[in-house]
Write a protein that binds this ligand. Structure first.
Ligand SMILES: NC(=O)c1ccc[n+]([C@@H]2O[C@H](COP(=O)([O-])OP(=O)(O)OC[C@H]3O[C@@H](n4cnc5c(N)ncnc54)[C@H](O)[C@@H]3O)[C@@H](O)[C@H]2O)c1
Length: 277
């Protein structure tokens, strides 16, 4: 049976919350580096009436991304993309963060952008973390946006001597996600499709819980205590925005990043989270 296809990467809480909003009645191909994660989320969703095919895939590999796309194409046209795969600063090395979050996302947007059907939509997940990093130069922004994917990791700004730590790598990766979404939205637009980005603040998921228990745990707890919302967010609150971006109400939004952080970034610049000078 031919169905519209939703490609989902990362069998985490954010991906699942979004897939539940946009995926009903469609074929959902759910890829994760850890097959047991994909199996677990597929079971929860299939038990709730969704149609999910779990598979092992690695966002940092173009071959694996192409396999995910080919699996989807067995069932119908690729209508949607949800990119919720990623690693956080407490989970991975600088090299892994750049390979997965920066390069992998760029390749995924590029490859899905070649096959997305007319009227198709996608979201990728960056992070508020990128917003706390000072502005790059206009030239660096353009390099992140438009450098051919296979040359991205050779950019001088991404070399080990220019990346301080895993948090800096993560922020560069998430900045790159925003710039890639802008550049890719032009190409997706040529196919009548849209691609956007959500930059979440602290959202309670296994990834965030690793951060709470990691070396920056106190920093994170302070961040949600002192943001205007005064609490961390939930995956469903991110899905609210994804549903808007991916549905007809979001038809005029593309190439955009929406910050969903309970005001943490605002507080970082102009409130109690402002770092002492
Ligand atoms: N949770 C938060 O507070 C928060 C905040 C800002 C941004 N984000 C971003 O949201 C995205 C999803 O995070 P989440 O909180 O849902 O995390 P999660 O831990 O619930 O899910 C992430 C999933 O990605 C998978 N994964 C990791 N590396 C992969 C790879 N190379 N290929 C395929 N799958 C891979 C993991 O196995 C995991 O199942 C990440 O990009 C993260 O940086 C999360």
């Amino acid at each position: 049976m031919i169905k519209e296809v939703v490609l989902v990467t990362g069998a985490g809480q954010l991906s699942m919350a979004i897939a539940r909003r946009v995926g009903f009645g469609k074929k959902i191909i759910l890829g994760d580096k850890k097959k047991d994660h994909a199996d677990a989320i597929a079971k929860i969703m299939n038990d709730a009436g969704f149609d999910v095919v779990p598979m092992e895939m690695d966002l940092s590999s173009r071959g694996s991304i192409l396999t995910l796309i080919a699996e989807g194409q067995k069932y119908g046209e690729i209508k949607m993309l949800v990119n919720g795969a990623g690693v956080s600063p407490s989970q991975a090395s600088i090299e892994a963060i750049l390979k997965v979050d920066l390069y992998g996302t760029a390749v995924l947007l590029e490859e899905v952008g070649k096959v997305i059907t007319e009227g198709g939509t996608g979201v990728t997940i960056s992070s508020q973390s990128g917003w706390r990093m000072p502005a790059l130069t206009a030239e660096q922004d353009e390099q992140l946006a438009t450098t051919p994917t296979e040359e991205l990791l050779s950019l001088p700004m991404l070399q080990p001597e220019n990346i301080r730590d895993t948090l800096h790598a993560y922020q560069m990766a998430k900045r790159c996600n925003e710039k890639r979404v802008m550049a890719e939205s032009v190409k997706w637009g040529d196919r009548g499709a849209r691609i956007n980005d959500i930059a979440p603040g602290i959202i309670v998921t296994p990834l965030a819980i690793d951060e709470f228990n990691g070396p920056r745990g106190d920093f994170y707890k302070n961040m949600f205590a002192k943001c205007p919302a005064g609490r961390p967010g939930t995956a469903d609150e991110v899905a609210n925005v994804a549903e808007l971006l991916m549905g007809p109400a979001g038809a005029f939004i593309t190439g955009s990043t929406i910050l969903v952080d309970g005001g943490a970034t605002a507080s970082y610049y102009y409130g109690p989270l402002k770092p002492e000078q």
